[in-house]
Design a protein around this ligand. Structure first.
Ligand SMILES: Cc1ncc(COP(=O)(O)O)c(C=O)c1O
Length: 454
């Protein structure tokens, strides 16, 4: 509510605004009486509320407004959890879209390590790594990660997003003449880092070695080069030809930067990821991973040579200027990595569960996207229908899967993305397949939109 008075706009909470003077504090008391003030015409005020409400309205019209499910996992009963409504009432649901792929967030060793750390040293780390935030937990965890990937060193970040963003930007700062070759389906965190670095980039067709080679060839051989790619692409479940990329990197003298976020803990004899599984880990220069998905806790990292890690440690703002992860988090991640280095039970069961779910969906005639990994995408190819199916699964069947829409996937590629874990039973799967069958039968539009997009 505005009140107009003596050439100024009086706003109850925001003070006085005069053209050319900017916003003046109403509390200052000097505005009207102050010498030398030249009052001119009214300022047209910016309608901030409208900017935000219009942006939300636009994504609601498109059908891709995101609603978060308010969940509380039940320790020991994952993937079963309770979903809360806004009035605080809860009901049981089964989680089908968690990236705690192996259920390590529930593992007794992980929980015990976190409890012990909390009881031993308290809650927070107390600062940035540089200023009192390097604890023995961080040092031990970095040594464990370096060993996991067979590298000289590792560097811990608050998330894999931050690790990708700040490392890729800093590499460009350290090599101003660099050209980055980025897979077309790279994750938003790599895209952010590549953009933030601001140097030259070339995008090659997804997993297309001919296109990558064509682009590598076209760049002056003396310029530094980085090939940035993922091992498991999390929305389609495609897997990169890592050995072929390493061959090209050697041939054209490029560094390799590999995001193994959707593979660490889950692939390779010790959980080192697809590069470990394929026997090519030693051919990759920088490996990025998360502690949040396969390892079930939180945090991200890179593993590389001592000098690369030291340079990123010394120059990357996203490493230097932020509080390190809490000791209990580091302790939990450490316990998780140690467990999965020596236990393959979870990995084997995980693969078996993913294969079984894909088979059940296929047998039921549902549009599952085939791929060689643990990701199980069911294509709907329309944002409104995807949300309708997800809502109905949640409300009618107690099945929680988040609709995946733009910008996570391209428009027209909307889908439900199921992530079976070792803890999902055959009965859970049968219930899911039956519910999807019912909904797809009720909503032929969903299958029609898939067919149209194929
Ligand atoms: C490919 C990829 N890289 C990085 C990240 C970021 O991982 P974090 O959750 O640890 O930030 C994600 C997150 O989903 C991802 O999918």
């Amino acid at each position: 509510m505005c009140v107009h008075s003596a050439g100024a706009t009086l706003l109850p909470h925001r003070g006085l605004v005069y053209k050319g003077l900017g916003r003046l504090s109403w509390e200052s008391g000097s505005v009207l009486s102050g010498a030398g003030l030249h009052l001119r015409s009214w300022v047209e005020r910016v309608n901030y509320d409208k900017i935000f409400s219009d942006s939300i309205a636009a994504i609601k019209v498109e059908g891709r407004y995101r609603v978060f499910a308010d969940l509380r996992r039940r320790r020991g009963a994952f993937p079963h959890a309770d979903a809360y409504t806004s009035d605080g009432v809860s009901r049981p649901i089964t989680v089908w879209c968690s990236n705690d792929y192996l259920g390590m967030g529930q593992h007794p060793d992980v929980i015990a390590a976190m409890h012990t750390a909390l009881d031993t040293v308290g809650a927070g780390s107390g600062g940035t790594r540089n200023i009192s935030g390097t604890t023995h937990y961080h040092v031990e965890l970095e040594a464990e990660i370096a060993d996991l990937h067979g590298k000289q060193s590792a560097l811990l970040f608050t998330s894999a997003f931050v690790a990708n963003d700040t490392t890729l930007a800093t590499l460009q700062m350290l090599m101003p003449d660099v050209v980055i070759f980025s897979d077309a389906k790279n994750h938003a965190s790599m895209i952010a880092g590549i953009r933030n670095g601001g140097k030259e980039k070339r995008i090659f067709k997804h997993n297309d070695m001919a296109d990558l080679e064509r682009q590598l060839k076209s760049v002056d051989s003396k310029r530094p080069k980085i090939i940035a790619f993922e091992s498991v692409y999390s929305m389609d479940g495609a897997i990169a030809p890592i050995a072929a990329i390493a061959d090209l990197a050697e041939k054209y003298d490029a560094l390799t930067y590999l995001d193994e976020v959707h593979a660490v803990g889950m692939y390779g004899p010790r959980g080192g990821g697809i590069a470990e599984r394929d026997g090519v880990m030693h051919r990759i220069d920088i490996i990025n991973g998360t502690l949040a998905k396969g390892f079930g806790v939180m945090g991200g990292y890179i593993a590389a040579t001592r000098d690369i890690c030291d340079a990123i440690r010394s120059f990357a703002p996203g490493f230097i200027f932020t509080t390190s992860v809490a000791p209990a988090i580091a302790a939990g991640a450490l316990a998780s990595i140690r467990h999965l280095k020596s236990s393959s039970v979870e990995r084997e069961l995980h693969q078996e569960r993913a294969r079984t779910l894909k088979r059940k969906l296929k047998n039921a005639g549902l549009p599952v996207l085939d791929n060689p990994s643990h990701i199980v995408p069911v294509m709907i190819c329309d944002p409104v229908h995807t949300k309708q199916v997800a809502d109905a699964l949640f409300n009618q069947f107690g099945i929680y899967v988040q609709p995946i829409n733009y910008p996570t996937v391209p428009r027209g590629g909307e889908r439900l993305r199921f992530t079976p874990t070792p803890l999902h039973t055959d009965a859970d799967m049968d219930k899911l397949v039956a519910a999807l069958n019912t909904l797809f039968a009720e909503c032929p539009m969903s299958l029609a939109s898939v067919t149209a997009a194929e």
